[in-house]
Design a protein around this ligand. Structure first.
Ligand SMILES: *[C@@H]1O[C@H](CO)[C@@H](O)[C@H](O)[C@H]1NC(C)=O
Ligand SMILES: *[C@@H]1O[C@H](CO)[C@@H](O)[C@H](O)[C@H]1NC(C)=O
Ligand SMILES: *[C@@H]1O[C@H](CO)[C@@H](O)[C@H](O)[C@H]1NC(C)=O
Ligand SMILES: *[C@@H]1O[C@H](CO)[C@@H](O)[C@H](O)[C@H]1NC(C)=O
Ligand SMILES: *[C@@H]1O[C@H](CO)[C@@H](O)[C@H](O)[C@H]1NC(C)=O
Ligand SMILES: *[C@@H]1O[C@H](CO)[C@@H](O)[C@H](O)[C@H]1NC(C)=O
Ligand SMILES: *[C@@H]1O[C@H](CO)[C@@H](O)[C@H](O)[C@H]1NC(C)=O
Ligand SMILES: *[C@@H]1O[C@H](CO)[C@@H](O)[C@H](O)[C@H]1NC(C)=O
Ligand SMILES: *[C@@H]1O[C@H](CO)[C@@H](O)[C@H](O)[C@H]1NC(C)=O
Ligand SMILES: *[C@@H]1O[C@H](CO)[C@@H](O)[C@H](O)[C@H]1NC(C)=O
Ligand SMILES: *[C@@H]1O[C@H](CO)[C@@H](O)[C@H](O)[C@H]1NC(C)=O
Ligand SMILES: *[C@@H]1O[C@H](CO)[C@@H](O)[C@H](O)[C@H]1NC(C)=O
Length: 507
């Protein structure tokens, strides 16, 4: 049960208390994209507790309604949770956010229902990344849920979609993207969905959660609330986040300067955790820093075990600097629980320590996105003619949410290609958009019954596979390109054109 429970509330309340002390905004939010969903178009603000600059979501999405969570729910939370964008219309609604392809991002989607619709009925819906299922969003009224994903986009944009599965109206509170160092959180394949991230060293009298500006990468660090057999060590020194072995994890000193250790020195530190999906693969990242200055005759040497198998060690956490230990391969257990334990080596004079840990589920997003050129072309067409419909997210994939009027070929290509475009009776005005010429695989094009003007462009005769072209009921001027007439006469093209073409040149 990793995502619910009262700790989360405690945590966020903790954020409020703690970060109050730290009201300042910093200029090191480079590359941060912080979107407050439902915020008025064109507005932005510096969040009061973190100093993070949030902007409205209006430029990233065409649809949905701005709503406010009831004040009684929002007060413990940071500002972005005060408003939501909800999606009463349409099965799938998508944000499109520009990114730098090939860079690594932490993508976080946050949800606080807060009875924004006065229905007191919590919806359940799906969160998709492009054409792929990212996670199912199940909520509680007054408790925020965050979904985090570490992802390397293959395109210069991402689509984050909310999908109505018939169990209530989807909504979203905030969307955040944080660039991560390339060397951190490496996977051979797949993306990483956060299962749990905990700061294990916090003492019972000073328990809170941390994020930016404590964590420069703005991860959420949750306290660890299962400390009966543990006790804590701390240092007032700063823990260096730049050590070589740390390779880009940039852990916050405030998290690393405290560590847990067993109450009984001969015990191990065991984290027993119920895995959300027994069949999935996981990756764990364990963060260690020695917080005590050891005497010459002292040593702290420890091993890491996972479900009884020794996976690492012996090793000594480096003094006042971070060592992150992770599995080079993803692991699965075949059982419901994972038991990660840190055990002291036989000749260690001191018991083991652990400062923080993270567990991620490996996600394989296998459904391919539509061919990039087709996406670019259809996106231009969409903006040229200001087409709304359900034209959001990936045009072809998944097949159930294909854009209205678009047909795709899924079989013959590595990524789906657009082969048919029907924009009849769509109120189109102006000339035929040149970007249509980039839908190179198109077989059928219907632009009939609009108010298109200008010449019939020659590129229409250049499509290698075009067999159906309907230009009826428009206001074109000029002649039909010779290439089109030839194709029609040769029986390659079914051509329907408007009845009254103004012929400028003799014909
Ligand atoms: C937000 O913080 C930035 C510095 O990071 C500052 O330049 C800007 O004026 C602040 N905006 C508001 C509305 O306070
Ligand atoms: C937002 O700003 C743009 C350009 O600055 C303007 O055209 C638009 O009307 C504004 N929208 C709102 C809701 O104020
Ligand atoms: C995203 O990038 C595209 C193409 O590079 C550009 O046309 C568009 O304005 C950008 N969108 C935003 C919200 O910056
Ligand atoms: C990130 O690292 C991978 C392999 O470690 C490398 O192939 C890739 O080019 C790097 N990307 C960037 C943007 O540096
Ligand atoms: C509690 O945590 C805050 C924030 O990290 C820190 O400034 C403070 O010194 C801590 N209190 C104690 C008693 O250590
Ligand atoms: C660890 O953090 C997760 C959030 O990542 C939280 O839900 C969970 O309750 C924490 N575990 C414990 C034992 O407190
Ligand atoms: C840090 O450790 C010292 C003992 O070494 C203890 O007295 C103090 O309470 C601890 N502080 C916190 C915040 O845990
Ligand atoms: C280490 O040496 C100190 C004196 O320098 C002594 O008090 C302590 O008992 C020794 N500890 C061990 C484990 O030998
Ligand atoms: C402790 O034992 C390990 C092997 O179990 C060995 O690698 C290490 O050098 C020993 N350390 C000391 C201080 O004896
Ligand atoms: C067609 O696509 C190419 C890149 O593939 C681009 O350079 C060109 O501008 C596009 N043409 C139109 C009219 O959009
Ligand atoms: C198109 O032509 C029809 C009749 O020829 C005319 O009624 C209509 O206003 C024209 N529309 C445009 C957009 O020019
Ligand atoms: C489309 O045209 C290309 C290039 O001429 C050709 O290779 C391909 O077989 C055609 N596809 C179909 C479905 O006609």
């Amino acid at each position: 049960m990793p995502w619910t429970s009262k700790q989360l509330l405690f945590l966020v309340a903790g954020f409020a208390l703690n970060l109050m002390l730290l009201v300042h905004s910093r200029d090191d939010q480079s590359g941060f994209i912080s979107i407050d969903c439902g915020l008025h178009a064109n507005s932005s603000y510096n969040e009061t507790k973190t100093g993070i600059k949030y902007i409205s979501d209006a430029t990233f999405i065409d649809t949905g309604e701005s709503q406010s969570t009831l004040p009684s729910y929002g007060h413990e939370y940071q500002d972005p949770y005060g408003s939501v964008r909800s999606f009463p219309e349409g099965a799938r609604n998508c944000y499109k956010i520009n990114v730098t392809r090939g860079n690594k991002y932490l993508i976080r989607a946050s949800f606080l229902y807060g009875n924004y619709d006065g229905q007191d009925k919590i919806p359940e819906f799906e969160l998709h990344l492009g054409p792929n299922l990212w996670d199912t969003v199940s909520l509680e009224t007054s408790i925020a849920t965050d979904k985090e994903l570490i992802y390397v986009p293959l395109r210069n944009y991402i689509h984050v979609c909310l999908v109505n599965t018939g169990s209530g109206v989807p909504f979203i509170s905030a969307l955040e993207l944080r660039p991560l160092p390339n060397a951190s959180y490496q996977t051979k394949t797949g993306s990483l969905a956060l299962v749990t991230r905990n700061d294990t060293g916090q003492t019972p009298d000073n328990r809170t959660g941390y994020r930016y500006p404590f964590d420069i990468l703005d991860r959420f660090w949750y306290l660890y609330d299962d400390l009966d057999d543990w006790t804590q060590l701390n240092t007032s020194s700063t823990i260096n986040s730049e050590s070589e072995s740390e390779s880009g994890y940039q852990l916050p000193s405030v998290v690393m300067s405290t560590a847990s250790t067993p109450k009984y020195p001969s015990d191990s530190l065991s984290i027993i955790f119920s895995l959300p999906d027994i069949n999935a693969e996981y990756r764990s990242y364990l963060h260690f820093a020695e917080v005590e200055s050891l005497q010459l005759n002292q040593s702290r040497l420890q091993y890491i075990f996972r479900n009884g198998d020794r996976t690492f060690g012996p090793f000594s956490p480096p003094y006042l600097s971070t060592e992150t230990i992770y599995s080079t391969d993803a692991w699965s257990t075949g059982v419901n629980d994972v038991n990660i334990s840190i055990t002291r080596a036989e000749n260690s004079t001191l018991p083991p320590i652990l400062n923080a840990f993270e567990i991620y589920m490996v996600k394989h997003f296998v459904e391919p996105e539509t061919n990039q050129e087709d996406v670019d072309a259809i996106s231009y067409i969409k903006s040229t003619y200001n087409i709304k419909r359900n034209w959001q997210g990936d045009p072809c994939a998944p097949q159930v949410y294909v854009w209205q009027g678009v047909k795709c070929n899924y079989q013959e290509f590595e990524s789906p290609r657009i082969i048919s475009l029907n924009l009849s009776s769509s109120g189109l005005t102006g000339e035929i958009a040149a970007s249509i010429s980039n839908l190179t695989m198109v077989q059928s094009l219907d632009l009939s019954n609009n108010s298109l003007t200008g010449p019939i462009p020659d590129f229409l005769s250049k499509f290698p596979n075009l067999t159906v072209l309907n230009l009826e009921k428009n206001n074109f001027t000029g002649s039909v390109p010779v290439g089109l007439i030839e194709k029609k006469n040769n029986g390659f093209l079914s051509l329907r054109k408007q009845r009254f073409v103004t012929y400028y040149r003799g014909y």
